[in-house]
Structures are given as C-alpha cells and as structure tokens.
Design a protein around this ligand. Structure first.
Ligand code: LRH
Ligand code: MN
Ligand code: MN
Length: 423
C-alpha cells in the first residue's frame, strides 16, 4: 500500500477554501505565524517499529487485521503515516523484534519511501529462543559476568545493525531491578550496569549518541536499577560526552513535574531523547495528549525555551512516539499522537516569551499564567494543517486515511490474521 500524491491533492481540494480563510484570520492575530508554520513543517517524530501492530496487556490482545508481518511492510505503514502527516520520516527499530535480514535492501527500501533510521533500541528484557543465558535476574546489572557479557554483546550487535542502516544513536532501556527487598545489592547492581555500559559506549562510532532511558517500576516492582533521571544522568556523565538521558513521559511516578526535569536536563545539555505517550496511572502508553494535554504543553514550553536558550549546547532531542495501540487502529492512533504533539509544540511556540520573562521578573504571577493560558487556548489546527499542506500532506489526515480506506486495503493485501512483532 502506498498513497499517491494525487489522492491527497484531491482530498485537500474540498477543504482548501475554508482552510485558507482561517489562515488569513489567524495571521492577523499572530505576527510570528510564518515562523511557527515553518518550525512545525520541519518537525518529524520517529515511529517505533513495534507500534504498528495490536498492543495489548497480559490479559489479552485483540488483532484488527492487515498487520505488517515483515519489516518491509512496517516501513510501508510508516510511509502511509508520513504521506498524510509529513511528520514521520523516521523509524526506530527494536532488535531482535525487527532484525533486518538484508540491511542494504532495507535501507534502500526506507530511502525509496523517504524514510531513515532514527535511534536503535536493544532488548535485554526478554529471553530469545537461541540465547545461552537468561535475563530473568537482569542483564547489564547481572551478578553473573556471563550474562552481562551476553547483554553487552547484544548491544554491540545492535549498534552494528544501526551503522549498516545509517542510524546515529542507541537507546538502552533496562528492565533490570528487583521484586523483593534483599534480592539485589543496589550498589553492586549500579556498578555492574555502569561497567557494562562503558563497554557498550566504547563500541559507539564517534558521531553516535547513547540514550539512557529510566523508569521507576515495571517489570520490577521493588527497585529498578535505572529508576530516575538522576541515575540516568549519573551514568551518562560517567560514560562521556556522547551519552545522554532519555525521558519517556510514562516513566514517572504520579504527579511528577516532568517539565521541570526537562528544563533541568537541558540546562546541562543532557536531554538526548524523548518518548511520547500519555497516561492516567503509570506507563499506560496511551495516545499522546489524551489525558494531560496541558502538561504536554508545559513540557513543550520548556523544550522551546531550552532549544532557543542553549548555552550548554543541548542537541535537538531524538523524538519518538512510544505508545501501545490496544483498541484503535495503530495508524490512526499514531496520526492522532502526531497531531497532539504538534498541537502542544505549536501552542508553546505561540507563548510570548518576552512578555513572560517580564512578568516573571516582576513576579506578576497572574500575568504569567495568562500568557501561558492564552497560548494554550488558541486553536492551532489551522497552523498544523498549513504546515502539512506546504509539504504536500493532508489538511485532515484522519479523514483522508478513512476516505482512502487504508485499513481495508491492508486487510485485503495481508489478510485478517497477519501479526506484527513487538510488545
Ligand atoms: C519500556 C519502554 C522502552 C522500551 C519500549 C518497548 O517501558 O518504554 O522504551 O524500549 O517500552
Ligand atoms: Mn520508552
Ligand atoms: Mn515504557
């Protein structure tokens, strides 16, 4: 399945007049509208290769048909999302869920579809069939050096796949930890993890980055070796300049002030990557922006400020959606997530930074709040639509997806029972 340009142009036609009218109205109100449209139209978010099939919980998984059963098909699905949104030109691979059998052919296919490979993800949280040692009691932190060596070798192999595919970064997320007090010596586990990470780091090409993802609980429920941004930051600092912290929105205890963490990491140039999702309780992996859109906006406020005021040279973070699709068609769900991310970003770009600074310097709390909320309450749908339009994307991607009947075309192509690898 591939969407052709003419199909999108035809679907846009009916919406064009109304859209342009709204744009004219908006440009009267906002003098920096062109800059915002430009920023959004250049913004892209990586799609993880494991998010294109049905997700689920340990209690069940419900398929919806037409799932991509090969990496090639996964790339095709991402290119459908990208054709409509023009904001998803990269894929993030999880190894071994998506091992490219022929890296050259996969790279060529991706290039042909206008895609490239963003961060690679290693997996030492599950045992694979042909594996010698088990990760039941951890991987990089394990008490047995054989297990640690095996996990290090896996991460090096993932880097090698990434080199062949043109990726420039590795994300390490560890499930390592303990379920019961007394099970694990915290300090020994930390030192083992650091020593293992040092070996992986030594294998990184000079132009690569290493992202260390943290998570307070799950699958271990008493302790996680890399439980929070402080631990991730300590490890990254000990490794060297190519190592950074990665923030996954779902990896925080309830009510954590994530925007504050983002600001603090950027002050030191240490925010390397970002996993978007939303949650009500824990690592729910719901579509972005469904629960806490204001929080996402406040996070983007810090990201915008951090990217514009950047003495510590924080790199542009590697953006990725990390959600699970249990009820909705994953392609529609990913499109909705992209729209939610760009909505928060556009609203943050609308914040009058100068006025906000003045209010802050005067301790005028009321005005500061009004500045933020004026931006948050602005309808930015037209900005997003115009950004897509300028890249030949769809004015209304979800409607276009449905008009083109994409899911049924995929079901016809791949059948009702095809299964995607992943969570
Ligand atoms: C862990 C996580 C991590 C994994 C992905 C599948 O909860 O967020 O990023 O790689 O989920
Ligand atoms: Mn994640
Ligand atoms: Mn997660």
């Amino acid at each position: 399945m591939q969407i052709h340009q003419e199909e999108i142009v035809a679907l846009n036609k009916d919406l064009l007049v109304e859209h342009k009218e709204k744009l004219t109205q908006l440009s009267r109100k906002h003098s920096n509208l062109e800059d915002i449209i430009d920023t959004i139209s250049n913004y892209n978010i990586a799609i993880p290769s494991w998010a294109l099939g049905a997700g689920g919980t340990r209690f069940g998984k419900f398929g919806f048909g037409g799932e991509p059963s090969t990496l090639e098909q996964k790339l095709e699905d991402i290119s459908v999302i990208n054709a409509l949104t023009k904001s998803a030109n990269a894929v993030s691979l999880h190894i071994p869920w998506d091992i490219p059998k022929n890296t050259n052919a996969i790279k060529e296919k991706a290039t042909h579809l206008g895609l490239h490979f963003d961060a690679m993800n290693s997996n030492t949280f599950q045992d694979q069939d042909n594996q010698e040692y088990s990760y039941k009691f951890g991987s990089l932190c394990h008490t047995d050096k054989n297990v640690r060596d095996q996990a290090v070798a896996h991460n090096k192999a993932v880097i090698d796949y990434g080199i062949a595919l043109g990726s420039k970064s590795l994300t390490v997320w560890l499930a390592d930890g303990s379920n019961f007090p007394g099970q694990l010596n915290f300090r020994r586990a930390f030192e083992n993890t650091l020593a293992s990470l040092k070996e992986i780091y030594a294998h990184l090409p000079a132009d690569w980055k290493l992202f260390i993802e943290y998570k307070p609980y799950e699958p271990n429920f008493y302790s996680m070796v890399i439980q929070d941004w402080g631990t991730s930051h300590m490890l990254a600092k000990d490794l060297g300049e190519q190592a950074y912290t990665l923030v996954d929105l779902g990896h925080h205890l309830p009510n954590t002030n994530i925007e504050h963490i983002v600001a603090t990491l950027m002050t030191r140039g240490m925010l390397g990557g970002f996993h978007f999702n939303d949650s009500k309780y824990g690592d729910d992996d719901l579509s972005v922006g469904v629960m806490k859109p204001y929080q996402l906006f406040l996070i983007f406020n810090e990201l915008v400020f951090g990217m514009e005021n950047n003495p510590a040279n924080n790199p542009i973070p590697a953006w990725m959606i990390d959600a699970s699709h249990n009820l909705k068609d994953p392609l529609e769900d990913l499109i909705q997530s992209i729209e939610a991310i760009e909505t928060a970003y556009a609203k943050a770009l609308l914040i009058d930074q100068k006025a906000l600074e003045e209010a802050q310097l005067k301790n005028d709390v009321v005005t500061a709040q009004r500045i933020l909320q004026d931006a948050f309450n602005t309808d930015v749908k037209t900005i997003l639509a115009e950004a897509r339009l300028r890249n030949d994307g769809a004015i209304d991607p979800i409607s276009a997806y449905r008009s083109l009947d994409v899911r049924n075309v995929l079901i016809k192509e791949r059948g009702m029972n095809s299964k995607a690898t992943g969570l």
